[in-house]
Write a protein that binds this ligand. Structure first.
Ligand code: GLN
Ligand code: ZN
Length: 781
């Protein structure tokens, strides 16, 4: 009799191969379809998902990995952590309450994204605001931040995990329900009172978890997957104690229920002893992100512990080298027994696009290297069969995998000799400007002769429905190239003229030609591919389609020079050129796994450096290199920060350092929280940095003040995430606060971020007020 090996999926994309869930949600929100049709669509997606997994040979199929919006929100609702403003009075939670928590209700515009990371509109004049949203660990998925308060009560308010388990069972699938673990859930949450520690609520929370687990067990669930990704973070002793207490409580209440404790996105490291001592039946490890932890875990894991080996990348797009993985896991299976290992993706495949087969237009060679969720399931099943029945039993699949890996390694599409040669030439001098900031500033001041508190914007102007329509028509071939160019020129010219009219000091062209700040560059660089259906959920119904960085990067042609030149030809004022920086391009793409990120970043940096130099040659005197996503790349563990920041900063400097001293390099970052990385920001040594500060009442400038940051700064005075138009006095007040922290010579006046998501009706009065605020300041100073 042949042994069998369990193959788990951990979690699957829920949006649907054609984004069916997005369509259904948005139609429901718009009042165009009813609740029943939304529920039906969702049930259909779940059923299809389970059927596919079963057919593909997944033996441990998850349930409750579906969500209408977000699994963390689902957990808040499950335990009744529903703030009073949402008006819930107990009992089953209506879908309306759930979506109010996710999106706010009436009056508030829906959430949108403008910075690549997500924000909500802060239009809280009526209705209720949505819960806060933030990034799920170091992914681009955003979850709704649970809100807790002292004296918080919990109760089982949603039976979703039980319902979905039963739904699967009724369809003939035995599933392993997934829950977000209680400790990670509390740690992800926030209390209004900063002195209140959500972890102190564990004792209140656990009975609800025990209740739901008991119901799952009573309905027949033998195993439950419980996700505690907090185990890969730097934890303090109280958190470790909370984990011990949580799992002891659950084990005591439900001794027969088997828990697969899932960790992912990193290594257990110093939490390993804690993890292996918990009274759980299984432990899932991310062996893609942290392959090095396997030996340590093997040395410490108790004999009976089932190890779930996360060997297929759940959040990248590359085919797995199956032979290579087998060589690693066969000894584990031999040593621990095939019934004590499971094959799994590194993390939930929520973070992976769904089905590569939908990509009809992708370059065939590149396509041959890729695997999306559906293909990954096949890989998982193959690995399971190889462990159970020997490599012979899947030899064709293994041969194909080995061949694909070899082809990818050898492909000239991946390896560009010219790029390698150039990389070899990079010296320290590439990352060093000719003179220090003080000397550059002198030259630049003489050159530009700007007034005090110069005004500018971050780059984009409203991407109106007309702009989007024209782009879509052009993409579909319905609008000719010349007509489209003409349309963009007019749009640009109008915007330049308007900026002159209202008296902005440094102008921008408006970025109308750009679909997206990363895609626009990716499409013009060698080494990037784009999918048609490779959507990944970002938050709620919002999905992104990250570019795939597959090969050595170079820049065959200038990417932005023509548009800059055209825009500058329309005005005598300085026209700031606009580029996206290498770290941001990298952090918002699927990145190759065959070279270090630092190296890929440096390649992109060299390409952007070429663009910077071409812009300078064309006459650009101010060049902005946006690094909106620089902070996002920070590792989950504090100890790894420096290494990342070192190469990230170096990449930026490589872009910025080829120019003359009198050329002014700007950068922009649209997140807050500079405290912990202020050294890195200073090391970037941009002549001018614009940052998001308006909502923090300039408190974010504290980091710059205490550092005595020497270069120029434009702290945002206009919250572009809101449709509200700030009046002059509000901005004057913000500038007053900025002047308390920085020298007048350092200060620029600008909005928090680009204006692409706003309407002209909002932008016009807001910028007119902004210019006036700067003028008032000059008059008074
Ligand atoms: N230049 C970009 C814009 O204005 C910057 C966007 C961003 O920081 N996310 O849209
Ligand atoms: Zn921004």
């Amino acid at each position: 009799m042949s042994k069998s090996v369990s193959v788990a999926a951990l979690g699957t994309p829920r949006i649907g191969p054609r984004r069916e869930l997005k369509t259904a949600l948005e139609s429901f929100w718009a009042g165009k379809s009813d609740e029943k049709s939304l529920l039906d669509t969702a049930a259909g997606l779940r059923a299809a998902n389970w059927a596919r997994q079963k057919a593909q040979g997944i033996t441990v199929i998850p349930s409750n990995d579906f969500s209408f919006y977000d699994q963390v929100l689902d957990t808040s609702v499950m335990v009744g952590a529903i703030p009073a403003i949402y008006g819930w009075k107990g009992g089953p939670v209506p879908l309306g309450t759930y979506f109010a928590m996710a999106r706010g209700s009436q009056g508030a515009a829906g959430p949108h994204t403008s910075c690549g990371h997500a924000h909500h509109d802060h239009d809280h004049h009526h209705g209720v605001p949505a819960q806060e949203m933030t990034k799920w660990f170091d992914t681009n998925y955003h979850y709704m931040v649970p809100e807790f308060e002292a004296g918080q009560r919990f109760e089982l308010a949603s039976l979703k995990p039980v319902d979905e388990y039963r739904e699967a069972k009724a369809l003939g699938y035995e599933t392993r329900p997934v829950l977000l673990g209680p400790v990670t859930f509390l740690k992800l949450g926030k209390a209004k009172d900063p002195n209140f520690a959500p972890l102190s609520l564990l004792g209140e929370l656990l009975p609800v978890y025990v209740d739901v687990l008991r119901r799952l067990s009573a309905n027949g669930a033998e195993w439950v997957q419980i996700d505690e990704p907090c185990l890969v973070l730097d934890l303090d002793e109280p958190t470790r104690e909370a984990l011990r207490r949580a799992y002891a409580t659950i084990a005591h209440a439900l001794p027969q229920l088997k828990l697969m404790l899932a960790t992912y996105f990193g290594a257990l490291c110093d939490n390993l002893d804690t993890a292996v001592a918990l009274p759980v039946a299984g432990l899932h490890l991310d062996l893609v992100r942290a392959p090095e932890q396997l030996d340590a875990v093997l040395a410490k894991a108790p004999r009976g512990l089932v190890l779930s080996l996360g060997v297929v990348d759940g959040r990248n797009v590359w085919k797995t080298d199956l032979e290579k993985v087998l060589a690693k896991i066969e000894p584990v299976a031999a040593r621990r027994g095939t019934d004590h290992v499971q094959i799994a993706p590194s993390c939930s495949m929520l973070h992976s696009p769904i089905d590569l087969e939908l990509e009809a237009n992708l370059d065939a060679e590149v396509k041959g290297w890729l695997a999306f969720a559906v293909q990954k399931m096949d890989e998982l099943a193959t690995l399971g069969r190889a462990l159970a029945g020997g490599r012979e039993s899947v030899k064709d699949k293994l041969a194909a995998s080995t061949a694909a890996a070899a082809a990818r390694r050898a492909s000239p599409k991946v390896n560009d000799k010219a790029v390698a040669a150039r990389m070899a030439q990079v010296t320290e001098a590439f990352a060093r400007r000719k003179s220090g900031f003080a000397d550059r500033a002198k030259l630049q001041r003489a050159r530009f002769n700007l007034p005090a508190f110069p005004t500018t914007t971050i780059g984009s102007f409203p991407q109106t429905p007309e702009v989007r329509k024209a782009r879509a028509a052009h993409d579909k071939g319905r609008l000719g190239h010349a007509e489209y160019e003409q349309f963009l020129r007019e749009e640009t010219a109008r915007t330049v003229r308007w900026q002159e009219e209202i008296g902005l000091d440094v102008l921008v062209h408006g970025e109308f030609e750009r679909n997206d700040m990363v895609q626009y560059f990716g499409e013009q660089l060698a080494g990037f591919a784009f999918t048609r259906h490779g959507w990944v959920q970002s938050y709620g119904s919002r999905c992104v389609r990250p570019p795939i960085l597959y090969g050595d990067v170079s820049r065959p042609n200038p990417m932005t020079v023509a548009w800059w030149r055209y825009a500058q030809s329309l005005t005598k004022k300085p026209m700031k050129a606009m580029l996206t920086g290498p770290v941001t391009i990298l952090n918002w793409s699927f990145v190759r796994d065959d070279i270090p990120r630092s190296q890929a970043s440096r390649q992109i940096a060299l390409a952007i450096r070429d663009e910077v130099l071409d812009l300078e040659k064309a006459g650009a005197a101010m060049i902005q290199i946006d690094e909106a996503a620089l902070r996002e790349g920070l590792s989950l563990r504090r100890g790894d920060w420096k290494r990342y920041l070192d190469w990230a900063v170096e990449s930026f400097r490589i872009c910025a350092s080829g120019v003359a001293d009198a050329t002014q390099i700007h950068t922009h970052m649209c997140y807050s929280e500079f405290n912990q990385i202020i050294d890195a920001i200073a090391a970037m040594d941009a002549d001018v940095i614009s940052i998001e500060t308006s909502r923090s009442k300039m408190e974010l400038l504290e980091a710059f003040r205490s550092y005595q940051y020497p270069n120029e700064i434009g702290p945002g005075v206009y919250d572009i995430h809101s449709p509200r138009v700030p009046d002059v006095s509000e901005m004057t007040e913000l500038l007053r606060l900025a002047r308390q922290r920085l020298k007048d010579e350092q200060l620029w006046v600008n909005p928090d971020c680009g204006l692409k998501t706003r309407k002209w009706e909002e932008v016009r009065p807001a910028l007119i007020n902004m210019v006036e605020a700067a003028r008032d300041l000059r008059a008074a100073a």
